[in-house]
Design a binder for this molecule. Structure first.
Ligand code: NAX
Length: 334
């Protein structure tokens, strides 16, 4: 029999987790033969709500769900985990300054970085979802000094999925035909959606592969509308739903972790915010969204893509924002 994989979800009584855990337990993340043990962490005031979620998980009778550890204790949550999905974070309240938000989240991700360092499996794969995701991931990474930086990532897959879905609508093809749209930089409104290396597969009557720009055939839309549509999609969902994206975030998390562990398809790359090694002149040591391919549980940044000047300007702006966030976060760590 296959050894169960231990998966931690923090923010387990929250909205995203309420979709995510059921996807994991049903086999969508690790495939139909891999049993899972779910470790669920939330804060003490959510302990009762968390119990309710555990009851619902039990009531699903998932054959792959080996067991559930639901807790408000950090050590119990982080012990021997193989995958950490860090969703819980402190939300920005009305009138709260960005800096104050960063400060509270630095304290959360400092504690969780230390817990990863002390208790998690040495090969643990960490995905940070809670915002500001890139900088929270960096905080955890810095505090987990015995773990390799390549074990850490932050989520920009939802932004990539949003972008690919918008392109598929515009062109009139199934979304599965839209490949290799890139999100560069921060998971914030400065993120850079980039279709210049993307293509459409099997576009009816147009051959096997066509660049997205050719299929869209509307540069004005691509330059002036598409980019802000993707950047503001999260806010647009909040305006409509009065709640932030949850099921689509869970779905993106599943795609991110599955591709990281099980590998990306030949000829295809996905966007993940990972520790910069200086590729594309992005300063080393930022958690920055790049196009990556994954094999044997390791990501590598796709090299050699030509960046045009308008994309480069936007990449410079998102880089600057991440450097400022990093400086602020690191000042709270010392
Ligand atoms: P909810 O407010 O519904 O749930 C968050 C949960 O985290 C709450 O139950 C809270 O008690 C818990 N929590 C807070 N501090 C904790 C701690 N120290 N340890 C464990 N649990 C803790 O938020 P939800 O809608 O689920 O969103 C969670 C986070 O994801 C937010 O920070 C949100 O901004 C972020 N998002 C990130 C996305 C991305 O693409 N990177 C997209 C979706 C989402 O907006």
């Amino acid at each position: 029999s296959v050894t169960p994989i231990k998966v931690l979800v923090t923010g387990a009584a929250g909205q995203i987790a309420y979709s995510l855990m059921f996807m994991i337990a049903s086999g969508q993340m690790f495939g139909p033969y891999q049993p899972v043990i779910l470790h669920l962490l939330d804060i003490p005031k959510m302990a009762d709500a968390l119990k309710g979620v555990v009851m619902e998980l039990q009531d699903c009778s998932y054959p792959l769900l080996h067991s559930v550890v639901a807790t408000t204790d950090v050590q119990t949550a982080f012990i021997h985990i193989n995958v950490a999905i860090l969703v819980g974070a402190f939300p920005r309240g009305p009138g709260m300054q960005r800096k104050d938000l960063l400060k509270v989240n630095v304290s959360i991700f400092k504690e969780q970085g230390e817990a990863l360092n002390k208790y998690a499996s040495r090969g643990v794969k960490v995905l940070v979802v809670g915002n500001p995701a890139n900088t929270n991931a960096l905080t955890a990474l810095v505090k987990a000094s015995d773990l390799p930086p390549s074990n850490f990532s932050a989520l920009t897959r939802l932004d990539q999925n949003r972008a690919q879905s918008m392109i598929s609508e515009k062109v009139g093809v199934n979304v599965d035909s839209v490949r290799n749209v890139i999100i560069w930089g921060n998971h914030s409104q400065t993120q850079v959606p980039d279709v210049n290396h993307g293509y459409i597969l099997n576009y009816p009557n147009r051959g096997l592969i066509e660049p997205i720009q050719t299929s869209v055939n509307d540069d004005k839309w691509l330059n002036e509308q598409f980019i802000p549509l993707v950047q503001n999609r999260g806010a647009t969902v909040i305006a409509a739903r009065k709640l932030s994206s949850a099921a689509s975030a869970a779905n993106a998390i599943v795609g991110h972790v599955r591709d990281w562990l099980l590998g990306t398809k030949d000829g295809e790359h996905v966007s993940m915010a990972v520790y910069s090694d200086g590729s594309y002149n992005v300063p080393k040591g930022l958690i920055f969204s790049f196009p990556v391919t994954c094999r044997n549980g390791e990501w590598s940044i796709v090299q050699g893509l030509k960046i045009n000047s308008s994309t480069q300007q936007k990449i410079d702006a998102t880089t600057k924002e991440l450097q400022e966030e990093k400086e602020t976060a690191m000042s709270f760590l010392n």
